[in-house]
Design a binder for this molecule. Structure first.
Ligand code: GPV
Length: 715
């Protein structure tokens, strides 16, 4: 028998079907659901263009389309027979059936949703679950009118327009601009998924009596929250269950996870847009809101400002639907993603709702999967862990990692641990050299910040810290220079195409790198590398090769953060603010094993109130001045960036936290010099990372929110 072997010149790239932490979290959770034998499916959109590719030209970000399906996608199964008609626009009419009045939605446009299945196999189990992604295709229902009138060509061309809906992922991480196409995508996704869920249920049930026992739907942030209204519409208008029965079902099956802290990050859909695209849904939302307002009146009397705050409908300059309020009203649970986030939800973001329904609110601290973030991305570390624990069982049972604690000071383990780090640093150094031509020293501390570029994540704080370090090195004498701990600072991340300040931060990274990396007087003491096109594949290479990683959001702004957990598992030490899930990481590994900095959540409001009079160290003023004065070139271009952190406008408190940031960096230098101490801290980081496995998160959801049990594959 002969056999042909095809070898591709490359591996397939990422399926970049999300923006940042939100979608990456789902990917980890799917792996956990499958591995823990839960009967669960994920639904999403099969975008033709995933998140843009970032290329850097002269230090500026440019966006290129990511046509990831170019060479086919061997992992998906097209289900041509699984397709549903999704309706848009049109009118709502009354119909009488069996003596009752019903609303009927007569659509103005229909698009077909075709299923593409992506099996997700569990680890060490026969269970595989499904990620069903929808692609838009022209509807099977032809517009007979235009065909008959002879406008054949136009009729065909118009049909192709349907495909636009699933064409491209919106690259703005958490900003909502009320775009029609975006709302169309949301409803397209939701309508196809709900039709599929109901069809699958009806395949084996004659009525809806067991619907709430068999089905639990988790709304991942508000983006798919129209699903709630869609179920209400189908059960009420199409299945004729009656309002109360339909409402009862909806309230029992839906739960909601919110992933944000900023009130301005909450999604609002203009009423005009909703009314034109989804006329029947808008009516149902109004009906739900009317009943909700009645309930509020009974409970709180004439407290109109409270009613206005809590209403699903916002009566502002642009009348809008508040999707978070809608989700809270209709769901039986509202989950935060870390304990700090939960506290902020209760006391600030959704305080009114918490007062009304305290038991609805919970949190499940996020987690990541050790299968991808240790086993796949760091095989050398995986081998060392299994050897010292004497078992591979930790891959499915992460709690076993804690067993490494006993050996944290063992000289043999320490040596193997350092060897693993070295191998991973070599891999990363080679990548850096190929990318940028810069040769980096393996003896240097690899200090990494990779995540979406956002002002609140404070990459600018990092860059200003690097400028300070550079400035210090420049002014040192020979003997002081010998004491400097060499650093390779690595920054990576994409900016939303329209987010100007974020793009300026990227340019500043490059401008500073240009100066520092080419300064012969600095040499190996400091290098700055911007890694372009940061994505999951890049993360798999960078995270295992890092010594230190930065998670320095202004306290009270990062709902959770999950990158930190991936670094922690890989034994990288954290330099972090007490924000999001970091607060829980501190509890697990101890503040001594990381470098903490900055104002705490409770201190931030008072600092903000101080405005221009907040205490800012001279070093901060100096480094900002260097940027302003054109020390790194592009003087005019960086002016507006500098304006965001000076003259009382420093909303994210870079100035206020700068001294503490430098202290934490100095503490990291000091610890790095003592390799035994550093390695011990590193081992304790990995061994304390068990709580941050998505297996734990999923088990909590299964028990506390969905009421489901593992269901092992019977064959
Ligand atoms: I809302 N998150 C995100 O990546 N994009 C969004 O649009 C929203 C939230 C992130 C949060 O910023 C992280 O703190 C969090 O860890 C992650 O969602 C998963 O919960």
């Amino acid at each position: 028998m002969s056999c042909l072997v095809f070898s591709l010149p490359f591996k397939e790239g990422d399926a970049a079907l999300g923006n940042g932490g939100l979608a990456r979290l789902s990917a980890c959770q799917m792996d956990s659901l499958a591995t823990l034998d839960f009967p669960a499916w994920g639904y999403g959109l099969r975008y033709q263009y995933g998140l843009f590719r970032q290329i850097i030209v002269d230090g500026f970000q440019h966006e290129q389309p990511d046509y990831w399906l170019n060479f086919g996608n061997p992992w998906e199964i097209e289900r041509v027979q699984v397709s549903y008609a999704v309706k848009f626009y049109g009118t709502v009419e009354e119909e009488v059936s069996n003596g009752s009045n019903y609303k009927v939605w007569i659509p103005g446009e229909t698009v077909e949703a075709v299923a593409y299945d992506n099996p997700i196999p569990g680890y060490g189990t026969r269970n595989a679950i499904n990620l069903r992604l929808w692609a838009a295709k022209p509807s099977g229902q032809y517009d007979l009118e235009s065909y008959n009138t002879g406008d054949y060509i136009n009729a065909v061309v118009n049909r192709q327009k349907a495909e636009i809906i699933s064409n491209v992922l919106y690259p703005d991480d958490r900003s909502y601009q009320g775009k029609e196409l975006r709302l169309k995508q949301q409803y397209f996704f939701v309508s196809a998924s709900i039709q599929d869920i109901i069809r699958r249920f009806k395949d084996v049930h004659d009525n809806f009596d067991e619907f709430t026992e068999k089905i639990a739907l988790q709304i991942n942030d508000t983006h798919p929250s129209l699903a709630i209204i869609e179920v209400m519409r189908v059960l009420f208008d199409e299945e004729h269950l009656g309002w109360d029965k339909a409402w009862d079902i909806v309230c029992k099956i839906f739960s909601f996870t919110t992933h944000t802290v900023q009130p301005e990050g909450l999604e609002k859909i203009p009423v005009d847009l909703m009314g034109s695209l989804l006329p029947r849904h808008l009516q149902i939302i109004y009906d739900i809101n009317y009943k909700f307002m009645e309930e509020l009146k009974k409970k709180f009397g004439q407290d109109y400002s409270r009613h206005a705050r809590m209403s699903i409908v916002e009566e502002g300059a642009v009348k809008s639907i508040r999707m978070a309020n809608l989700s809270i009203v209709c769901c039986h649970k509202v989950n935060g993603v870390s304990r700090v986030h939960f506290e902020l939800l209760k006391t600030r973001v959704f305080k009114d709702f918490y007062d009304l329904w305290p038991l609805k609110f919970q949190y499940k601290t996020n987690g990541v999967t050790q299968r991808r973030w240790i086993v796949v991305s760091n095989p050398s570390l995986c081998a060392v862990i299994s050897k010292w624990l004497g078992t591979e069982a930790w891959v499915r049972n992460i709690d076993l990692l804690a067993g490494l604690r006993d050996y944290a000071s063992d000289a043999d383990l320490q040596q193997e641990w350092r060897m693993v780090k070295k191998i991973n640093k070599m891999r990363l150094a080679e990548y850096i050299e190929t990318l940028s031509g810069v040769k980096v020293s393996l003896d240097a501390m690899f200090d990494v910040q990779i995540k979406r570029i956002h002002e609140y994540k404070r990459q600018l704080l990092n860059v200003l810290g690097i400028i300070h370090r550079y400035d210090c090195i420049k002014s040192m004498n020979e003997s002081d220079r010998r004491k400097v701990v060499p650093r390779v600072c690595i920054i990576g991340g994409k900016a939303a195409p329209g987010y100007e300040i974020a793009k300026k931060i990227i340019k500043l990274c490059h401008a500073v790198a240009e100066k520092v990396n080419n300064d012969p007087g600095v040499g190996d003491l400091l290098k700055l590398i911007f890694i372009p096109d940061y994505n999951v594949s890049v993360a798999e290479l960078v995270i295992p090769g890092s010594d230190l990683s930065q998670h320095v959001s202004t306290a009270g702004h990062e709902a959770s953060g999950t990158g930190s957990m991936k670094f922690l598992m890989n034994g990288c030490l954290l330099l972090a603010t007490a924000d999001g899930s970091t607060v829980e990481i501190i509890e697990e590994i101890g503040a001594d094993n990381m470098f903490l900095l900055g104002a705490r959540v409770s201190e931030v409001p008072a600092l903000r109130d101080q405005g221009a009079s907040v205490r800012v160290p001279l070093q901060f003023v100096r480094v900002v001045r260097m940027v302003r004065d054109g020390y790194f070139g592009f003087k005019d271009y960086f002016e507006s960036l500098c304006d965001t952190v000076e003259n009382g406008k420093d909303f994210y408190l870079l100035g206020a936290d700068f001294a503490s940031y430098l202290e934490a960096q100095a503490a990291a230098d000091l610890a790095f010099v003592n390799q035994e101490k550093w390695t011990r801290m590193s081992i304790l980081s990995t061994s304390g990372s068990g709580r941050f496995s998505s297996d734990r998160t999923i088990e909590e959801y299964a028990e506390q929110t969905w009421g489901i049990e593992p269901c092992k594959c019977p064959f």
